[in-house]
Design a protein around this ligand. Structure first.
Ligand code: GLC
Length: 426
């Protein structure tokens, strides 16, 4: 058996160990609940080994959908929820009966995952799957544009860093500096979860997040009131780029398999493609997120700038500039790329969460983006270094871009799932 085969089997074993029958926990111990974008990445990998289980993973997300269409970032496993957790992650306001969820969303990758899983199914199974999940997809995209882009600008706004999936990234830290932090002692929480505090968001950062959560609670997590009252409103780059990728997946599936997309949504989709342009900064030749209230780009360099490559929305000239930025030695092209913050940046922190480490889900998006633009050499290099990093340190939550050391949770589901997808394509 080659070492590649062994790794493939180990990846499948990680997913079965984290399997909760109808959904998969991101990791045993620290992450016992279901998370929205985790389940999407997990389903993409599961489709390689067990397509019907991948279908179940995605359908299980629909049980948490609010009556207004929102898909929550988290659906709690009520058997293991700690009393302090519900308070930290938000009220349940409109969770469907019998399900408890967080009140914020997460990156909208569901339509992409649905289309990748659908391709692996028989025609009959695909029809059944799409018939069931289609209304959920339309309601979710409808909610995002109706509630989070009330002016029809084409860009949706996030009101909390947890929605972005990149909670302590430098651009969110800058956005959150408008909020006064609530003192939070994270030491005990990290200890309970078995984390090294130096690898997680700092106490101050979490203090800002809790404070913003309090404000959102006061307006009952009502998006319209949030957009009237919150000082923090970010047109988050990776979120909007992934939404475009999902819009495209939705439109293509509609065409290919005969499902309708309402006209108001297709209008939103067109506006989104054009509006992403506004997040490009010609001076530094990269994309950034934007503060909705000031209209200013938040110019903190992060690997988020490469996510538009995945969506295929960067025009070729710009995509070339991004590829050059990605592969410039000493910035993003570290020993184990792609660091979430360039290693040369003053904000770079080798071991801390989204402030420097390499994440496999981001690498997967960038690899697929490079391939779509035809840059197979760079994509192959990144696929090889990603595999080497996993072979060296196991299926970790994130890794040092300098040494490949594993960081955060062990036996992490999306790392295992995306390994299955990348290895299956050799
Ligand atoms: C962390 C990550 C987030 C992920 C969650 C569960 O909060 O920042 O992106 O979804 O863990 O894995």
């Amino acid at each position: 058996m080659s070492s590649g085969d062994q790794l493939y089997e180990q990846a499948a074993a990680v997913l079965s160990a984290n399997d909760r029958q109808t959904w998969t926990a991101p990791a045993r111990g620290p992450y016992p609940h279901q998370w929205l974008w985790d389940s999407c990445f997990i389903a993409i990998g599961l489709a390689k080994i067990n397509p019907s289980r991948a279908v179940i993973e995605l359908l299980s997300l629909t049980r948490g959908q609010w009556s207004n269409g929102m898909l929550p970032g988290m659906i709690y496993d009520t058997a293991v929820i700690h009393r302090w957790e519900a308070g930290i992650w938000g009220d349940q306001v409109e969770s469907p009966p019998g399900v408890t969820t967080s009140a914020l969303t997460q990156p909208p990758l569901l339509a992409v995952a649905v289309s990748l899983v659908a391709e692996t199914l028989t025609a009959v199974a695909r029809r059944q799957f799409l018939d069931t999940i289609w209304p959920c997809l339309l309601a979710y995209h409808g909610w995002l544009y109706r509630e989070r882009d009330p002016d029809g600008s084409g860009l949706v706004s996030l009101v909390h860093p947890w929605e972005s999936g990149w909670e302590d990234t430098p651009y969110w830290n800058q956005a959150m500096s408008k909020v006064s932090p609530i003192h939070t002692s994270m030491g005990l929480i990290y200890w309970l979860r078995g984390f090294d505090a130096g690898e997680r968001a700092s106490g101050d950062e979490v203090g800002h997040m809790r404070s913003q959560l309090k404000l959102l609670e006061q307006v009952d997590f009502d998006s319209r009131r949030m957009l009237k009252q919150s000082a923090v409103q970010v047109q988050d780059l990776p979120f909007n780029a992934l939404l475009i990728a999902s819009n495209r997946a939705l439109a293509e599936m509609g065409e290919q398999y005969g499902y309708g997309v309402p006209i108001n949504l297709t209008t939103n989709f067109a506006a989104a493609e054009a509006a992403l342009d506004e997040l490009w900064d010609p001076a530094s030749q990269q994309y950034y997120s934007r503060d909705r209230l000031t209209g200013q780009l938040i110019k903190r360099p992060t690997s988020a700038t490469f996510v538009p490559l995945y969506a295929g929305v960067a025009p070729l000239r710009r995509a070339r500039l991004l590829k050059n930025l990605l592969t410039r030695p000493g910035t993003y092209w570290a020993h184990y790329p792609v660091p979430s913050v360039p290693v040369s940046d003053a904000q770079y922190d080798e071991r801390r969460y989204w402030r420097g480490p390499t994440w496999v889900n981001l690498n997967w998006l960038i690899i697929r983006g490079l391939e779509a633009y035809g840059w197979t050499t760079e994509a192959e290099h990144l696929r090889t270094t990603t595999t080497q990093m996993i072979a060296r340190s196991g299926f970790r939550e994130y890794y040092s871009a300098l040494t490949g050391d594993g960081l955060g949770a062990h036996d992490f589901s999306w790392t295992a799932a995306l390994y299955l997808d990348l290895a299956g394509n050799q």
